[in-house]
Structure formats: C-alpha cells, structure tokens
Write a protein that binds this ligand. Structure first.
Ligand SMILES: *Cc1c(COP(=O)(O)O)cnc(C)c1O
Length: 400
C-alpha cells in the first residue's frame, strides 16, 4: 500500500474512530488508571496508569510521529519539558553540548543555568554553519548538537544534512527544534537528524489555547540502546507527560496544520514583500525573500513555503519598534507564536532579554511578527497604519 499524503495522515493516523461506540473523534480518556481483569491482566491497549500510557496521548503521539516520519513521538506538558526530558535522557555528567547561537531563549537557559550544575558543558556556534559547528566539537565529549532552523528571531536557515554529518562524525546526536518549520515544511529525521523537538504550543496546537511539547525519534541508537527506549523510559520515570485534554487539543490542532500552514506561508510572504517595499523599513528577515542570505538553501530544504514568522527593523530605532508593536491592532502584542491569530513582539526586551549583554544579543529595534491566517488585505491595511504612526518622526527626517 502506498503511504497516504501528509494532509490525509494528519487527519487519520492515530485518530481512528472509537472501536466500541463508533465516535468519529477518539474520546478524551480523562483517567489516571485502568482496571485490570486479574493481576497484571490489562485490557486492550495494555494501559495500566496514565503516566506510562494514555490512549488520548498515544493517539496524538502516533499522529505526530507519522507526520515527522519518525518511529515514535512522545508528548510532554510543554516544549521545555520535552527538551529537558530529551537532554537528561541522553546526557551524562561531563558531556558537552553544541548549540546553534540563536536557539530559543528557554533552551539557552536550560543548558546554561540548569544542566550546567549537573556537569554539562556547552559551546555556541556563532552562525548557522555546519563548518562552524564542526570546529566546536570536543572529540569524545560532545554528545549533542542542537539546531533550530529557521531560527528565532533572525530567521537564519541551516543545512540540516550538513549538521547531521558533523554529528555522525563526532558520534553525537543531532537534535532539531522543528517548531518554526513544522512537519509540513520540513522533516529533519529524513535529513539525518536523530531527534526532533516541538513546542506543540505553537503551530501544532495552532490556536493559542494549550501548552505542550514533543520529542520525535527515528531508528537511532544511543549508547547501545534504541533511542525510542531511552526516551520512553525518561518520559515514564520523570513523568512530565501531556495531559489527556491537552493531548486532545494538540491532536485536534494537528489535523488542520497542513491547511493552516498554506495560509500562514502565503500571508507571511506577502507581508514580507510589503514590508520590504517600504522606505521606513530598514531590514526584513524572511527566508522567502530573494534578499535573504540563505534564500536558495531555504528553497531547497523547505517544502511548499517559508513559514509564518518574519522579523524586521523599522526606521526610528527602538522607539519606533515599541510604538509599532503597541499600535498595530490586528497583531496582538504578546510573546508566543504559531496561532491562527497574528501576534507581534519586540524580542530584545521581551523573549530574548536574557541575552542582553552577551554576544548573542538581538538588535533592540527588531520586531517579530507571527503572521496569522486572517485575510491578507486586513494585514496590509493594519501594518500600513501602524508603520505610518510608528515611523512618523523618522519619515519627517527622511523627507527633510
Ligand atoms: C516556545 C518554544 C519552545 C518552548 O516551548 P514551551 O511550550 O513554551 O515550553 C521551544 N522552542 C521553540 C522554537 C519555541 O518557539
């Protein structure tokens, strides 16, 4: 049988109608434990206790594993819980981690402030380049390379296959945080990555109404064991699992992800082109623009679009950036991203504040947009009005 397409799998894999009642949508198994017919005689599915397995969570995990071309997915209570579980499952004291420089702020904090006291060291790669990553490897000690592409908030694009070769040579695992691209645009496991991380809070949930995270792995082995077993044990033993209701919301969101991404990508490309056409915008970062330094790489590695996140710098400095963020009406001023509704933030003082004073500080006048799936004409109208107001002072200067 040929494999179904991605949109079909998003709707059906792991989401079969309930066999007992015929309910088209699998029910939310809001239960902590499962009755046994005799000691250790479990009913169908083999469920015992919901930390170990729960049908609602397992359905979502199967659905996500299918979309990522993975062997198994594991759902957690948040993206950070997933990252913590993965890193603590595979690392031992004395190990070294290589991080691409603009990884998510919480990833930076986890490695820098939590894992460091458990004897884990780390290095940053100053770019998205695999050659630079190779130069930071500590032979025999580097256990994990961690990459986010496209990155946040500068939308740099990395060559996953090239990073995977560096990881293989080092005997290390390549982890790719695929939150921005989603399994619709990119499947890191098929490019050689060993594990994929998602904050399902973002595009997978897609409606800004649930926190969640996931680890997806393929057939990689780690220190003599299948990586699937290593993560399964960690999830069960440490217990930061996704709740049944949260798993239901994530599964419901995932069904429309391919459709939503089409609109996110189309809107974002048009918005990026609009911003680039303005004289009061100094710089636009979006991999779909020809002006993006890695546009060709992005076109080769991303399928069907360049994602829904844009960052840009309005003329007029941080005052203009703050004014824009506050003024725009369609774009709500808040952290987070990936929902149906548009959001705006100023990363330097909001999401990326912990980096101020480090070499990885982002420009203070950078604005990040999470472009939602509203009508495009409303986006353009809103951005036009907000930019006009935010950059008035500098446009007077430009004209004068
Ligand atoms: C939000 C986010 C995370 C963390 O996920 P939470 O669900 O907030 O814990 C990790 N990586 C990326 C790229 C994110 O955007």
């Amino acid at each position: 049988m040929t494999q179904h397409g991605l949109a079909t799998r998003a709707i059906h894999d792991g989401q079969q109608p309930d066999p007992t009642t015929g309910a088209v949508v699998p029910p939310i198994y809001q239960t902590s434990t499962f009755v046994q017919d005799g000691v250790n005689q479990f009913r169908s599915g083999g469920h015992e206790y919901s930390r170990g397995s729960n049908p609602t969570r397992n359905g979502f995990e199967e659905q996500l594993a299918s979309l990522e071309s993975g062997r198994r997915a594991f759902a957690f209570a948040s993206g950070m819980a997933a990252e913590d579980a993965l890193l603590r499952a595979v690392l031992s004291p004395g190990d070294h981690v290589v991080l691409a420089s603009d990884v998510y702020g919480g990833t930076f904090r986890l490695v820098d402030q939590v894992l460091s006291s458990w004897g884990i060291e780390h290095s940053f790669v100053p770019s998205a380049s695999a050659d630079d990553a190779a130069a930071t490897i500590q032979p025999g000690r580097t256990a994990v390379l961690w990459l986010e592409t496209p990155s946040n908030p500068l939308l740099r694009v990395a060559d996953i296959a090239a990073w995977a070769r560096v990881a293989e040579d080092a005997g290390a695992l390549l982890v790719v945080d695929n939150t921005f691209a989603t399994p619709v645009l990119q499947n890191p496991l098929t490019l050689g990555a060993h594990a994929v991380i998602h904050s399902t809070t973002k595009y997978i949930g897609g409606h800004s109404d649930v926190l969640g995270g996931a680890v997806v792995v393929g057939d990689a082995q780690w220190r003599g064991q299948p990586l699937t077993d290593v993560i399964a044990f960690q999830q069960f033993a440490c217990g930061a699992v996704a709740a049944p209701f949260d798993s239901f919301l994530a599964a419901r969101g995932l069904k429309t992800l391919p459709l939503r991404m089409e609109r996110h990508c189309a809107n974002a490309l048009a918005v990026a082109e609009f911003l680039e056409s303005r004289e009061d915008v100094l710089e636009v970062n979006y991999p779909g623009l020809r002006s993006h330094p890695q546009h060709d790489l992005a076109t080769r590695t991303l399928n069907g679009g360049y994602g829904g996140i844009i960052s840009f710098r309005p003329a007029g400095g941080v005052e203009a950036a703050d004014e824009f963020a506050k003024t725009s009406e369609l774009y709500n001023l808040s952290v987070s991203l990936g929902g149906v509704e548009s959001l705006v933030c100023v990363p330097h003082s909001m999401t990326h504040a912990p980096r101020v004073g480090t070499p990885y500080e982002v420009p203070e006048d950078l604005v990040r947009l999470s472009v939602g799936i509203e009508d495009l004409s409303d986006h353009v109208e809103d951005l036009d009005a907000a930019l006009n107001q935010a950059t008035t002072a500098s446009r007077v200067l430009l004209a004068g």
